[in-house]
Design a protein around this ligand. Structure first.
Ligand SMILES: [Zn+2]
Length: 638
């Protein structure tokens, strides 16, 4: 055979190969054979090498006879890659139609641009099935040349569930979707889309949010089989899942309080300690297994019995839980460091539990009584030495302004410093001049009354006398005083600061999630130990019993809203709530100042001049000291 003939033969073989039907492969086998990671999706582009837990994730999710798969996961477990591979596998290897629902239209289009398109470019088999895609823009759907349609849609609109059928529906970040879209919940609507398929499949994955408000939580609870990734303890051979043990924990992933670098895993069976150097060995030995001992083994479920291993019937629905500690690229010390830095900050703890542990955050119902707070007032006046900066929250009433001045220390420990009422019509300038003078001058230091500490950030509620508030903020120039607007929508972040000024009013309007703020405040008020997050109050006339009645004037109640149960705050009859509102705004102002980087130096004023000192040293030395419970003194001597 001459060379040209051999070349022709080789070309012919290659084109025939492309058309040849592949023998059935499990998704993990298919991925090992075909998948290449793109620059956009991986820090290590190139051939895809599944980490042990990803093999089961792929194969269970892609199994023809398991109609429902629920995945509760933290960030940093490579789940987005898993989803992209699953989508490609369903289309190319199984000739199925898919719809992926993302939290909104924007993210749906990003999924196409940042995940699917690079995969088409870099994975040869996918490129062959989408010939001629080139630089064409892919919007909501992609037609493959085996006749299948790949869709990526926003899951928050009921419209996107109408008249679009598929064999496979995948939810990416299900918990970010509303639990009711008017016509039913997204899972129900998604399942309806697969009803015409001979092999309907629903895959829902999420980083969890709040317990009691989650579709993944309820679907996980009702799954026929729930699996975790269980590893073999190198010391005793017991099969255990890696659980979070926390600071000074006795088993699971633990670290010595204050020393995240001591991260290690303590076997719950034999209490042997295993450092991070064991992580790869542990994960390599792992398998997906239920509490009852049913485990996934190369395409089937097995269970050990007296007479050996028995194949188990396939469940209709499987729930899988995985978190960052299992990822071989994730340092355990980093997980512990994030936990350590979260301190008592409720928002940070929730973010840590959701995104690092893959756990639902449990909302607490808190009612606060004014009496114990009133009784625990302490002897201090002016600005105590531990205060690093001051913020203020301001409420506008018909005939007055009310301002709460709060000092902040390490770990957001706070000291209520002053509660001032400026009598006067807020439509006139005088009352604002008095307020602004106080903000600029600030309050005298406790140990040297000649020195004052000015307010670094103040937020004034613009819900009442709106135009007047905007005009005042404009005239003072936003450096200290900013307008804010309370948002009562459940789930609104504590603060969001717009980059641009509101075009109409020419001021930036800070949005304050009041539910979130009250959650945070009530959680702080409930703390008994002095330290990060703790709130101090002084014994003085401004902090009288009425102050505490107003501070605790709302009840946290559970109500049904839009078909779901939510927590909200309701004012107790007959009580005013200005102190509560101004406390929330002062806390929000602290968060705004933190974002602006203004809490990094301690500013004081002496003889008309500003003195700026870096905080670094002081705070780090304080952070290493375990907070000692100070005895608070008060007028009863208790
Ligand atoms: Zn052990």
């Amino acid at each position: 055979m001459d060379n040209s003939l051999a070349y022709l033969q080789a070309c012919l073989d290659r084109s025939l190969n492309a058309l040849r039907v592949e023998p059935p492969l499990r998704c993990s086998e298919w991925a090992a054979k075909h998948w290449l990671l793109s620059n956009e999706s991986s820090p290590q582009p190139g051939p895809f090498r599944a980490v042990p837990y990803q093999i089961g994730l792929l194969d269970i999710s892609a199994h023809d006879n398991i109609p429902t798969v629920v995945v509760q996961k933290s960030a940093r477990v490579g789940y987005t890659t898993i989803n992209t591979i699953l989508t490609a596998y369903f289309h190319i290897h199984k000739a199925r139609n898919t719809i992926t629902y993302n939290p909104n239209d924007e993210l749906a289009s990003e999924h196409m641009q940042a995940r699917i398109k690079p995969a088409v470019r870099d994975v040869p088999i996918l490129e062959r099935y989408t010939s001629g895609l080139g630089t064409r823009k892919v919007a909501k759907s992609l037609n493959l040349n085996n006749g299948t349609i790949l869709r990526s849609l926003g899951g928050a609109s009921a419209n996107n569930y109408r008249a679009k059928d598929a064999d496979v529906v995948i939810f990416d970040e299900l918990d970010a979707l509303p639990t009711n879209l008017g016509e039913g919940d997204p899972v129900y609507l998604g399942r309806m889309r697969t009803m015409a398929s001979p092999r309907p499949k629903l895959i829902m994955g999420t980083t969890p949010l709040i317990s009691g408000e989650s579709l993944v939580e309820s679907n996980m609870a009702s799954a026929d089989l729930r699996l975790t990734f269980k590893v073999l303890c190198p010391s005793c051979g017991s099969r255990e899942s890696i659980e979070w043990g926390g600071a000074d924990g006795v088993e699971g992933l633990v670290y010595e309080a204050g020393k995240p670098e001591t991260a290690s895993w303590i076997c719950p069976n034999c209490q042997s300690v295993h450092g991070y150097e064991y992580q790869r060995t542990l994960v390599q030995s792992g398998r997906w297994e239920s509490k009852e001992g049913t485990y996934w083994n190369n395409g089937e479920f097995l269970k050990a019995t007296d007479s050996g291993c028995e194949v188990q019937p396939l469940p209709r629905s499987v729930g899988l839980f995985i978190w960052s500690a299992y990822n071989p690229r994730q340092q355990w010390s980093e997980i512990c460091r994030v936990h350590h830095l979260s301190g008592n900050d409720r928002e940070k703890i929730q973010a840590f539990e959701n995104t690092w542990l893959g756990k639902f955050f449990k909302q607490e119902v808190i009612t606060i009584e004014p009496d114990p707070l009133y009784r625990r007032r302490e002897e201090y006046s002016g600005v105590p030495a531990d205060v690093l900066c001051i913020t203020a929250g301001i409420d506008v009433q018909k005939d007055r302004l009310e301002a709460h001045f709060v000092g902040w220390g390490v770990g957001a420990e706070s000291w209520s410093l002053a509660y001032r009422i400026y009598m006067g019509d807020p439509v006139r300038n005088e009352v604002w001049e008095d307020l602004y003078g106080d903000l600029e001058e600030g309050l005298p230091l406790e140990d040297d009354g000649a020195i004052t500490m000015p307010v670094i950030q103040a937020l004034v509620d613009s819900g009442y006398h709106t135009m007047e508030v905007y005009a005042q903020v404009r005239s003072y120039g936003e450096r200290i005083l900013m307008a804010c607007k309370g948002m009562s929508t459940i789930g609104s972040p504590l603060v969001s600061v717009p980059k641009l000024k509101d075009r109409e009013h020419r001021v930036r309007i800070v949005r304050v999630g009041v539910n979130n703020g009250k959650d945070s405040l009530y959680a702080r008020l409930a703390l008994a130990d002095v330290g990060s997050g703790y709130m101090h109050f002084p014994i003085d006339a401004e902090h009288d019993y009425e102050f505490f009645r107003q501070l605790t004037s709302e009840e946290k109640v559970k109500v049904k809203r839009g078909g779901r149960m939510v927590y909200t705050y309701e004012q107790i009859k007959g009580l005013s709530n200005e102190v509560l509102d101004t406390s929330v705004y002062a806390l929000a102002a602290f968060k705004v100042a933190e974002r602006k980087g203004r809490t990094k130096s301690r500013i004081t004023m002496e003889g008309g001049g500003r003195i700026k000192s870096r905080i670094g040293k002081r705070s780090s030395s304080n952070a290493d000291v375990v907070p000692v419970r100070k005895k608070s003194s008060n007028f009863l001597g208790l």
